[in-house]
Design a protein around this ligand. Structure first.
Ligand SMILES: *[C@@H]1O[C@H](CO)[C@@H](O)[C@H](O)[C@H]1NC(C)=O
Ligand SMILES: *[C@@H]1O[C@H](CO)[C@@H](O)[C@H](O)[C@H]1NC(C)=O
Ligand SMILES: *[C@@H]1O[C@H](CO)[C@@H](O)[C@H](O)[C@H]1NC(C)=O
Ligand SMILES: *[C@@H]1O[C@H](CO)[C@@H](O)[C@H](O)[C@H]1NC(C)=O
Ligand SMILES: *[C@@H]1O[C@H](CO)[C@@H](O)[C@H](O)[C@H]1NC(C)=O
Ligand SMILES: *[C@@H]1O[C@H](CO)[C@@H](O)[C@H](O)[C@H]1NC(C)=O
Length: 371
């Protein structure tokens, strides 16, 4: 039975308990640090189950009516069935569930969750499968065109949303809080880090003290420019209530097509030199970790080649890259260019080429060699 637990928390508590951003920032090591011998197996491997985010534009104009929940009984593809299949057949253990801010609440300021809508979303949380579940607010750092903390909703409003979500999941150790999908064109990265800090503080104050929280950088959460364009430096200062960085994990995305947009069915790069090498170096140097919550490509030979290489590299650096989550299954049509939607025939599910060949840990992709 679902009940709204969050409601209003004390704005005073947030104001007084909020740690200010930590000092010191990050280091740029010049000496190349190799992965430890223990690296080799990724902790989090899975796929996005999309649909609750449908209707969201890159300017944060989500419409609740545009959401297309992947719930078989009402709306189309059976997201829960897909997750069962992926766990049993492919060994996936982590799913990301994108959802629009506007779908979650009708009252921006209080962030009180819409009980009808949230109950539907909660139905899909993957806890029944035993897998980890990433709550992903899919709003591009915006609400209806305006940037959080920089002209749009203020940080307290954003924190209020997260307080309510985290209150509901505070005892669920396998829930992972994905603060925001793909911030882009955010003018001030340091102000953005402050907004992220408020969300982190609200999640921890709600009682979710230890779960993983994903911190997103600018430029569509680009893995390639995370360090070079200042996101790493700014977000490294975000801290828990006690000033630590425990389970504060950086969120990074990377596609493999010609313009890194994830809209073409052919892949042209494994991203190792331009993205994963500099990122792993910085993470190791600073004692931090990242999770690649969106990656993928078409169901083509080029994408099989390059994605398998990317995954093998990530696995070789599993001390700092925690894993990957493919884009996407859920309510996409099986003809969608980046479809990872398995097809169901009776009780039999069939995976796409890319899932079978690379994304599934059972494909052996984590053991591949990139040399
Ligand atoms: C929840 O949102 C829907 C629109 O998505 C709306 O029709 C409904 O009235 C809202 N329910 C509550 C309890 O606010
Ligand atoms: C944040 O915005 C809300 C709604 O616009 C407003 O009521 C509140 O006072 C603002 N809070 C701060 C700290 O500015
Ligand atoms: C965003 O990342 C791309 C590479 O993926 C890079 O070409 C571009 O310059 C970056 N833009 C900004 C604003 O950082
Ligand atoms: C590390 O390098 C990045 C990009 O070159 C730069 O923005 C940042 O200020 C550097 N940090 C330090 C501590 O030197
Ligand atoms: C960094 O971001 C700025 C805009 O914020 C952009 O002009 C520049 O090209 C970016 N640099 C890189 C290396 O991505
Ligand atoms: C579904 O499975 C049945 C029985 O195994 C088979 O006869 C049928 O051809 C399959 N349909 C599709 C579309 O693959």
């Amino acid at each position: 039975m679902f009940s709204v637990t969050g409601v209003l928390f004390s704005l005073v508590a947030l104001a007084t308990a909020t740690p200010t951003l930590g000092f010191g920032g990050s280091k740029n090591c010049t000496k190349v640090l190799p992965p430890p011998r223990t690296a080799g197996k990724l902790a989090h491997v899975g796929v996005n189950i999309a649909g609750f985010d449908f209707g969201c534009g890159v300017d944060g104009t989500c419409t609740a009516a545009g959401a297309w929940p992947p719930l078989a009984e009402y709306y189309g593809h059976d997201g829960a069935g897909q997750m069962q299949h992926f766990v049993q057949n492919d060994g996936f253990n982590t799913f990301r569930l994108p959802v629009g801010w506007q779908f979650l609440t009708n009252d921006l300021e209080s962030g009180v969750l819409n009980s009808t809508n949230f109950a539907k979303y909660d139905t899909l949380t993957c806890l029944g499968t035993g897998a980890h579940c990433i709550i992903d607010v899919h709003n591009y750092a915006r609400f209806n065109g305006e940037i959080i903390g920089q002209g749009g909703p203020n940080d307290t409003t954003f924190a209020q949303l997260w307080f309510n979500i985290a209150s509901h999941y505070k005892f669920e150790s396998k829930v992972i809080f994905g603060v925001m999908n793909e911030p882009h064109d955010v003018p001030d990265i340091n102000l953005w880090a402050k907004s992220v800090q408020k969300a982190v503080t609200a999640i921890r104050l709600a009682g979710a003290r230890t779960q993983m929280i994903l911190l997103p950088g600018n430029n569509w959460t680009s893995a390639a420019t995370f360090v070079s364009n200042g996101s790493a430096d700014a977000l490294a200062k975000v801290v828990n209530l006690d000033g630590s960085h425990t389970n504060l994990i950086f969120d990074v995305h990377k596609y493999l097509d010609s313009d890194n947009s994830g809209t073409h069915d052919e892949c042209v790069t494994n991203n190792i030199e331009e993205a994963w090498q500099p990122l792993t170096q910085w993470l190791r140097c600073n004692g931090r970790q990242a999770l690649n919550t969106e990656t993928g490509g078409g169901n083509t030979a080029s994408c099989v080649t390059f994605l398998c290489q990317q995954i093998a590299f990530q696995a070789q650096n599993s001390d700092v890259i925690l894993g990957y989550v493919g884009w996407a299954a859920g309510n996409f049509d099986t003809t969608y260019v980046l479809s990872e939607v398995p097809t169901q025939n009776g009780t039999t599910w069939s995976d796409t080429l890319l899932t079978q060949s690379c994304l599934s840990p059972k494909s052996g992709s984590q053991k591949g060699s990139t040399s």
